[in-house]
Design a protein around this ligand. Structure first.
Ligand code: BES
Ligand code: ZN
Length: 873
């Protein structure tokens, strides 16, 4: 069996829907096996053409039209066509009418987790991007907005709590142990923001008073017994609500805000109006079961989904090509929230690590696409690092170029001008053109052009005139389907470093950092210093002011000197990362046998100098991941790169032995608090624990076992467990068995147990994990904990030259794709780097992709596999 790739959708084909929906009434008769959905759509036609409604996996039981306030008349079979993609009314009335339909759906057989499905005996929905069409016939596109009234009816014992968007209307008892509830959402919304949840939950409740004094009832709905573990999510929600008022002047607009946690969920979380639905992994946390990274993720995801209320819900996307309009902007907003809650420079570094690992990787492979592409295959596959992370960077550049006050004015205008609308990137930028009076069309090129620009920086010093002349040249490598590239405006934040920890003044201006714009293919910057000045150094791309790859031809010694002179936290960290990358390449290709001591000393000194800011110090100990190194030089040899990494970690561990011993023998902060201050201390502890494991010195296993046994929280249990997986001997197996026995009843913690092994072990380990009785193809968290952890975090084993890594997961990817195409497609993106690999692994990866396609993939997965293989596949 072979599946065809999905038909491409094109931006240029956009046409408005020729009907307006004035209101929607939905009636659900809920059952796990069968749910009956009655929809009543109040329609005004514009024109005389047929009416198309999307619909998938629906059983139509009734269809009727009511005209001019009259009674509904069932349609004749000749009046409409229903097929696997939807319903067409051949000649709808020419004046306003009401369309009534009744369909049957089956939540319990919905394993795709799109539409209405069953998770842990409870009903829930996921409608973005195109899930609503699996609930009822509807124009399932974001530019069709309507108000909704929802009535749910069902057995009270199975579904005691009935939730939907908006605020509750009437509710009550019905005969036969049944009950009903109505919810009314006054705000017009597209169907992708619809949500329904029904089941038995424990609820953590709280209230929030908005800036204008309104009270909002907050509820987080979780599995029985889990309510205390939702406290951090609730705290994060209240801080998010306050932050959006203070930072963007945005107030919440309903009297109720609910969150529901579900165990089976394709993504992290979803921003449905007034009823966010979350993967339980991003709601539930306490010190015993969640790591600091989990707490941090919960804080940012709760914020992200909450911030969508204005950037996404009140103002939504005209079509899915505009996805970055809500996602890139909302990621930018959640990143700034996190920066305000924690440390801004540390947050910036983490955001850049993520961008480089995921988005630069995407740009370097066959799946590269523009932030706003002009065509796509399967819509689920457009939720990419490029749309999200690069999309966020573009907003960050805009803000930097126009300044924070003007940015805020532009946002205010956007909210004022477009509230209640479905808009485009052009509409968004028009607001900023109004407030700046500038033409931003050159900047908008960033949205259309795929690929990561490379900026080469070179300097010459003329002592006679005390002038540092800097030249810049930009170029973007070709990407699939887009071979010709144009220059883009690149804002580079610079400073002239005096080498004594400060800045020098140039061109008679102040010594403050300044923004240099590189608009064309090349540019020059002449920095004239006071006569007789010593040669200064240039700090460029401070705070990662543009999503580009900066290259400078500097020697190791020059780079070390630059790191010492830097005054920008990001550049200090990044200067070391560049040095480490060069070192790892030299160690991996055999041109160097042992780590250079000057370099290791420079890292160790930087760490020692940052001990007062432990989270930053922790980042300084971090070595670039193997995947990041793929981008530096090809063909990439993951096995050699992983070995080089471990060698360098060993040297660093040796030089920092004193600091490591002192840090780890100090007591962990107590009592536990998940906030930034303590998390920062623990970040350095766990970084050192990681170094101990990687170095695997004699005695490391014993030290780590000791730390594992007395670990006071999950952050340290997991860090020591992970570190132990690199050590030889019995200790590793003993700790893994202990951890499994202890947490066997907690699925979220068991996900960690699976993932720690998959991300560090061998192909054989992965086969054993897949065969484990608790492995569950229907639970995306569990599948990702094994397959994605192995294929995306354990690159040396996944890309083993003999193909054993691919073979270990091939059948499971195929099986997961049959159950859940969105999940199957996501797992397949692990193959996107195959052309960068050394030839043996590359050939095995290609062969594996071909076998998968031959075996038959879903449309979603085929979209990825086909592009990954390329035309000449
Ligand atoms: N709107 C998305 C959820 C979504 C993702 C729907 C993919 C359909 C397909 C939500 O706002 C989101 O972006 N969630 C992220 C987490 C966020 C913090 C970046 C996710 O689920 O990964
Ligand atoms: Zn989002």
């Amino acid at each position: 069996m072979r599946t065809e790739t999905p038909v491409a959708v094109k931006l240029q084909d956009y046409a408005p829907y020729p009907f307006t929906l004035n209101g929607v009434e939905l009636h659900f008769d809920l059952g796990a096996e069968t749910t009956i959905v009655k929809a009543s759509l109040s329609v005004t036609p514009h024109g005389t053409g047929p009416m198309h409604l999307d619909g998938e996996a629906l059983k139509l039981r009734y269809i009727a039209v009511a005209e001019g306030g009259g009674a509904a008349k069932p349609l004749d079979l000749a009046d409409f066509t229903a097929d696997a993609r939807g319903l067409t009314l051949h000649t709808p009335p020419q004046g306003p009418f009401v369309l009534e339909t009744e369909v049957e759906i089956s939540p319990e057989s919905n394993t795709a987790l799109s539409g209405l499905y069953l998770s842990g005996g409870r009903l829930c929905t996921q409608c973005e991007a195109e899930g609503f069409r699996r609930i009822t016939y509807y124009p399932d596109r974001p530019d069709v907005m309507s108000s909704f009234r929802v009535r749910m009816v069902g057995p009270k014992d199975a579904f005691p709590i009935l939730l939907s968007n908006g605020t509750p209307g009437t509710s009550g008892e019905l005969p036969g142990g049944r009950h009903f509830a109505e919810w009314i959402d006054p705000h017009k919304k597209p169907a992708y923001l619809f949500a329904l949840c029904a089941g038995d939950y424990d609820v953590l409740r709280d209230t929030f008073t908005t800036m204008s004094g309104k009270t909002v009832d907050l509820g987080i709905h979780v599995d029985k017994g889990d309510a205390p573990r939702a406290a951090w999510a609730m705290d994060s929600l209240k801080r998010s609500m306050r932050w959006d008022e203070e930072t963007y002047g945005r107030e919440y607009d309903l009297g109720v805000f609910n969150i529901v946690a579900v165990r089976d969920f394709n993504f992290g979380a979803m921003e449905n109006k007034g009823l966010n639905i979350f993967n339980s992994a991003y709601v539930l946390a306490d010190e015993a079961t969640a790591t600091d990274a989990d707490f941090e993720a919960i804080e940012s995801i709760v914020a992200h989904e909450y911030f969508h209320n204005w950037t996404g819900n009140r103002i939504t996307c005209r079509d899915w090509f505009q996805l970055c309009l809500k996602e890139g902007l909302t990621v930018f907003r959640d990143q700034n929230f996190s920066a305000d809650m924690r440390s801004r420079p540390v947050q910036r570094i983490k955001d850049v690590i993520r961008l480089r690992a995921r988005q630069f990787g995407e740009d370097a492979g066959p799946l590269a696409h523009a932030v706003r592409p002009d065509t796509y295959g399967a819509i689920d596959n457009l939720y990419t690092a490029t749309v999200y992370e690069k999309g966020a960077e573009l907003i960050g550049m805009l803000r930097r170029m126009i300044g924070p006050e003007t940015y805020r004015k532009g946002m205010d205008l956007y909210f004022e001008r477009h509230d209640g609308q479905a808009v485009t990137i052009e509409d968004f930028y028009a607001c900023f053109e109004t407030v700046t009076g500038r033409d931003l069309s050159a900047f908008r090129r960033w949205y259309a052009q795929a690929g990561t620009p490379e900026v080469r920086v070179a300097e010459t010093w003329d002592a006679a005139t005390a002038t540092l002349t800097v030249t810049f040249a930009q170029a973007t490598p070709p990407t699939p389907g887009q071979t010709v590239k144009h220059p883009v405006p690149i804002p580079l934040l610079c400073a002239v470093l005096d080498g004594k920890g400060g800045h020098a003044a140039a061109n008679g201006a102040s010594a403050e950092p300044f923004l240099h714009g590189l608009d064309g293919a090349t540019g020059t910057l002449a920095l004239r210093l006071p006569p007789g000045s010593p040669r200064p150094m240039l700090s460029v791309g401070r705070d990662f002011s543009a999503p580009v790859r900066l290259t400078r031809a500097l020697s190791r010694d020059e780079r070390i000197a630059l790191v010492k002179a830097e005054t920008d936290a990001f550049n200090t960290w990044d200067g070391l990362q560049t040095l480490i990358k060069e070192e790892l390449l030299a160690l991996s290709d055999g041109s160097q046998t042992n780590p250079n001591l000057d370099l290791v000393e420079a890292i160790a000194n930087a760490v020692r100098g940052a001990m007062h800011d432990p989270a930053f110090a922790a980042l300084l100990t971090r070595l670039p991941e193997v995947g990041e190194l793929f981008l530096e030089r090809q063909p990439a040899d993951p096995v050699a790169l992983a070995a080089a990494r471990q060698k360098l970690q060993g040297s660093l561990c040796a030089l920092l032995a004193g600091e490591i011993a002192a840090t780890l023998s100090a007591p962990a902060p107590a009592p536990y608090h998940p906030g930034a201050e303590q998390a920062s201390v623990r970040a350095l502890r766990t970084a050192f624990i990681g170094l101990l494991g990687a170095a695997a010195t004699p005695g490391a296993a014993e030290t780590l076992s000791g730390l594992y046994e007395k670990a006071p929280n999950m952050t340290e249990s997991l860090a020591t467990l992970r570190a132990l997986t690199f050590t030889p001997g019995e200790a590793k197996a003993k700790a893994l068995a202990h951890f499994e026995a202890l947490w066997t009843d907690n699925p979220l913690v068991m996900d960690k147990w699976f993932s720690v092994q998959a991300s560090t072990g061998t192909a054989e380990d992965v086969k054993r994990l897949i065969a484990h009785p608790a492995f569950d193809l229907k639970n995306p968290n569990r599948v990702r904990a094994v397959i994605a952890a192995f294929a995306m975090q354990n690159l040396a084993a996944f890309h083993a030259p003999d193909g054993s890594g691919y073979r270990a997961v091939e059948a499971t990817i195929l099986a997961a794709d049959k159950v859940n195409p969105a999940l199957g497609a996501r797992l397949l993106t692990a193959f996107e780097q195959w052309r960068l690999l050394e030839p043996r692994a590359g050939a095995e990866a290609q062969a594996c992709l071909k076998r998968l396609i031959e075996a038959g993939l879903s449309e979603n997965a085929m979209d990825i596999a086909g592009r990954a293989l390329g035309k000449d596949g």
